[in-house]
Design a protein around this ligand. Structure first.
Ligand code: RAT
Ligand code: ZN
Length: 419
């Protein structure tokens, strides 16, 4: 007699076959050339691991580390974090998950065989392999027209891979206003530092032109914990309210707010030098209330903001919490955050994004997340079965599709304007 499968096993099986839409990555369409990072040296020099190696080898100065060629940095990280020490951190384990999925030796003393494997791949073939192993159907890029190399590719034009969707990233254009004024002017937008005259309409023109050009499915910005709305004294708040939100509304696309990052607390660490701080959920609620016809995709960096975000989303249907961002993308925290969201929001949120900077990471970020999120969901189903609500395989399939096919990005809001 066959033993009935446990709920956990059924969910894992269905989840493994559920294609995922990854709504925030730093990956690029393979046609964009060297912007798309992949391979062992990139994997090992991921900024999460840079921070770890410089803790393990505190005798190496930041400057000396950055002066090393990338392959030497990768060798150092491999030796220090994987050979001389047991690679228990989540970022280390991720590299091992990738190597295992590719059938490579994760216990190698040196990287030569692993490098040889990658040298034999073509980028197109490797994209196919990674998407398949990760169970990912499509990814959203992070697109910045003020990045010269990226802009050049868009301006030249290329045949789009429909699996790589665009998201217009606003940080470099708007965040440290007026720092970007020169760059926007150089592109033909008549903006000035004090946001007077035509400035705001010119920023709107920039956002509209580039959203159109890249077919942006949403606009995104990362924000410091102290970003506030309303705040008539802040250029950034002004830009969000008078430029970003009107363009989002006109184009019918969401705005992604990624709040809670304190940039460059240790500038010597480069991308690894950012930190975290708690933010005030009132800002998100105020925006959602005053701009009820715009969807706000919201991810917050501070663990202590996770509960407040669920509450805010219960108050406003145009707030869509997404992902366990960056320092929260660790098994223990994903477990806690996912359970809380299911308990407070049902299925109306986007549980995870990968934030991959390197193509290969899709394999580990999604393998790891599937295990935890599947587990949490299965426990919730078990609780339902306990109270007499059976949960079928078809239910599970439908629920996982709702959580992971990215549909909430395109949700239509029917707005009540009068309270
Ligand atoms: O997680 C990361 O790699 C961070 O450096 C950032 O990319 C962050 O996710 C962001 O999009 O600002
Ligand atoms: Zn990111």
């Amino acid at each position: 007699m066959s033993v009935p499968k446990s709920m956990h096993a059924v969910v894992a099986q269905v989840f493994a076959r559920t294609p995922v839409t990854d709504i925030h990555t730093h990956l690029f369409d393979p046609a964009m050339g060297s912007l798309l990072l992949w391979g062992i040296d990139e994997l090992l020099t991921y900024h999460y691991l840079v921070a770890e190696v410089l803790r393990a080898r505190s005798d190496i100065t930041y400057k000396a580390f950055w002066a090393m060629p990338k392959s030497a940095q990768a060798d150092l990280i491999w030796q220090e974090l994987f050979v001389k020490r047991t690679p228990v951190s989540e970022a280390c384990r991720g590299v091992l998950t990738v190597l295992k999925a590719l059938g490579l030796n994760a216990n190698a003393e040196r990287l030569s065989d692993i490098r040889a494997y990658f040298a034999a791949q073509t980028v197109r073939g490797y994209v196919e392999k990674v998407f398949k192993l990760a169970g990912v159907e499509r990814v959203y890029m992070t697109n910045d027209p003020l990045h010269p190399a990226e802009r050049a590719v868009w301006e030249k034009g290329f045949e789009r891979d429909p699996r790589f969707l665009a998201a217009l990233r606003l940080d470099s254009a708007l965040k440290d206003w007026p720092q970007s004024v020169g760059n926007l002017k150089a592109l033909g937008y008549a903006v000035d530092s004090s946001l007077s005259g035509r400035s705001l309409s010119e920023v709107r023109r920039y956002l509209t032109d580039w959203s159109q050009k890249i077919e942006a499915r949403y606009m995104a910005i990362s924000l410091a914990p102290d970003f506030a709305y309303p705040d008539t004294t802040s250029s950034l708040t002004n830009l969000m309210v008078k430029a970003v939100i009107p363009v989002a509304r006109a184009r019918g696309i969401p705005v992604a707010l990624m709040i809670g990052v304190r940039k460059a607390v240790n500038p010597a660490l480069g991308d690894a030098g950012d930190s975290v701080g708690p933010s005030d959920l009132a800002t998100v609620e105020n925006l959602a209330r005053d701009f009820g016809d715009v969807t706000f995709l919201v991810t917050l960096l501070a663990r202590e903001n996770m509960h407040g975000l669920c509450v805010a989303a219960r108050k406003f249907k145009n707030i869509v919490p997404f992902g366990c961002w960056w320092f929260l993308n660790n098994p223990s925290l994903i477990r806690e955050i996912t359970a809380m969201r299911l308990e407070m929001l049902g299925l109306s949120f986007i549980p995870q994004h990968s934030d991959c900077r390197i193509l290969d990471q899709l394999i580990y970020k999604w393998t790891h997340s599937r295990v935890i999120i599947g587990d949490v969901l299965a426990s919730k189903y078990e609780d339902l079965v306990q109270v007499g609500r059976p949960v079928s395989e078809a239910d599970i399939r439908r629920d996982l599709a709702a959580l992971f096919d990215g549909r909430l990005i395109n949700q239509r809001l029917s707005v009540v304007t009068a309270y």
